[in-house]
Ligand binder design. Structure first.
Ligand SMILES: Cc1cc2nc3c(=O)[nH]c(=O)nc-3n(C[C@H](O)[C@H](O)[C@H](O)COP(=O)(O)OP(=O)(O)OC[C@H]3O[C@@H](n4cnc5c(N)ncnc54)[C@H](O)[C@@H]3O)c2cc1C
Length: 480
């Protein structure tokens, strides 16, 4: 009677309900990760994210070994092969029950339906959990019984839920065995790591695995960085955010644990605002996940607001490439894009600025930007990325109104006033004073190796309004 913990985007041992339940209910427990690199290709998963996942798996294998649980890694190139592969594994290892965390995007749901059908024929039961979110996706309902599409009332209900139904502090801990001496070796994983070549210049910014994620959380809370979060989180030159998005999206840390630890320090009055704002960001993460879970068409590239399907986006490849390469002539946009390509990560304020620049100033289809982000982000997360892009493009649920357009110059003056961040990533402008760093074209000093702006900021709002109005008119006739 062996139980199986099927790992997906939850590569940890702590705060992990499936592992907890399996160890509680069964004497013999195995763990499995199904490596689907072909699916990663289909989902545009960035090489640096693959690197993070593969190396995190290695640490997971070792931690599990110390608990007496063997982690196997098998290959099923795409999700369509997962069912058959799992079936073989279950039969070979006499598995009676599978424990796993649910995933909410459409392809993952279809994969799990296929698995459920095959395994029920073998009399193998599956127990699903929702550790991927703080509050499971179907639990919170509006007064009319629907799912939330507006953040503020969702957050109100979400916070109330945390008070009414405090999460149990499930915490699987080591069985006492020494992790450093526990041995884990896996040829499949070694091969995958060898074949996934990522430049050291990119990976040196990151440490994969659960232990590093735990240390980052502890340092964010214990160094009291969280207290200043509310004031500092919008300034990209300041190390003012948790940097936990990679760990959260690969599941090397649990969002439950983040909320629990943050709440523990919210008793300190000066910490209150920082803690509340940070918990609010974790709520945004849940919000977009429940939107994804309840509106599967989002996984088909559709905008949330149907009328915005009719927008005639620009398909200017030249301008798009300029944006990708950080050569738009707008320093904050360029610095941000270069940070993304060089490190696999971008500050949240900048994600909004560059996404809005692409979709409003250049009026290029948000899906192009969404894909480019996925191909580079180490924290690439379908729901958060799609949510962030549709927010910026004004096509999404509870999105920024289409007539609100960020001005990249003013955003720079406000959130990088001295140009410290810009100078780090756009060294061609390092000699400019604070007065000209955001508008180098006005500088009397030479900036000959930096491009002039590819697009004017004048008339952008009017152009966007016109295009959205035209789409709305078209939708009136087409959607009847
Ligand atoms: C266009 C766009 C694309 C984005 N793509 C992604 C993505 O692929 N993966 C991703 O994890 N986040 C994405 N975000 C959200 C946000 O930018 C990152 O989560 C954040 O910058 C990560 O930094 P941090 O861990 O220091 O966050 P903190 O400020 O410390 O926040 C804590 C956690 O809350 C969550 N969070 C914060 N802001 C958001 C948000 N707006 N939406 C959803 N969750 C949030 C993240 O899990 C984050 O780690 C995107 C935002 C935009 C505007």
């Amino acid at each position: 009677m062996t139980a199986l913990v099927w790992y997906r985007n939850d590569l940890r041992t702590l705060f992990h309900s499936p592992l907890s339940a399996a160890l509680k209910n069964h004497e013999s427990v195995k763990a499995l990760y199904i490596l689907s690199e072909g699916q990663w290709d289909i989902h545009d998963v960035a090489p640096v994210r693959r690197w993070y996942v593969l190396h995190s798996l290695r640490e997971l294998g070792q931690s599990l070994a110390a608990m007496g649980v063997t982690l196997d890694v098998v290959v099923a190139n795409t999700f369509s092969e997962v069912g058959a592969q799992l079936e073989r594994y279950v039969i070979a290892n006499k598995i009676t029950t599978i424990y796993c965390n649910r995933e909410y995007p459409l392809n993952e749901i279809q994969r799990d339906r296929d698995v459920a059908t095959r395994l029920s024929a073998l009399d193998v039961s599956i127990q699903g959990f929702d550790d991927g979110m703080v509050v499971p996706p179907k639990v919170l309902k509006t007064n009319q019984g629907g799912h939330y599409t507006i953040f503020t009332p969702y957050k109100r209900k979400w916070l109330q839920y945390l008070i009414d139904e405090p999460q149990q502090s499930f915490k699987v801990s080591s069985t006492g065995a020494d992790k450093s001496t526990a041995s884990f070796s896996c040829e499949v994983l070694d091969n995958a790591i060898r074949n996934n070549v990522v430049p050291e210049a990119l990976t040196r910014h990151w440490t994969p695995g659960e232990s590093a994620a735990q240390s980052m959380l502890a340092s964010f809370i214990e160094s009291r960085k969280i207290e200043g979060y509310q004031q500092q989180r919008d300034f990209p030159a300041i190390d003012g955010t948790s940097m936990l998005s990679t760990a959260l999206s690969a599941g090397t840390i649990s969002a439950h644990q983040c909320v629990q630890m943050a709440k523990q320090c919210s008793g300190v009055s000066e910490a209150q605002q920082g803690v509340q704002t940070w918990i609010s960001e974790l709520c945004w993460r849940d919000f977009y996940r429940q939107v994804m879970a309840n509106h599967s068409r989002l996984a088909k590239g559709e905008p949330f607001r149907p009328e915005t399907r009719f927008i005639q986006w620009s398909r200017d490849v030249g301008e798009f490439n300029t944006w990708c390469e950080g050569r738009t002539g707008y320093p904050l946009v360029d610095a941000a894009m270069r940070q993304l390509v060089a490190t696999g990560w971008m500050h949240n304020r900048l994600r909004m600025v560059v996404a809005m620049f692409l979709t409003k100033q250049l009026f290029i289809d948000w899906r192009w930007g969404e894909t480019f982000f996925m191909r580079h982000l180490i924290d690439g997360d379908f729901a958060a990325n799609n949510g962030g892009w549709q927010w910026s493009a004004s096509t999404g649920t509870d999105a920024v109104p289409y007539f609100r357009v960020f001005n990249p110059v003013r955003q720079g003056q406000r959130f990088d006033p001295d140009g410290v961040f810009i100078k780090q990533w756009v060294p061609e402008l390092a000699h400019l004073s604070k007065k000209f760093i955001h508008e180098p074209w006005k500088s009397p000093e030479s900036v000959s190796d930096y491009p002039t702006p590819i697009v004017s900021l004048v008339g952008v709002k009017e152009n966007v309004e016109r295009a959205f109005r035209a789409a709305r008119d078209l939708a009136k006739t087409e959607l009847i």
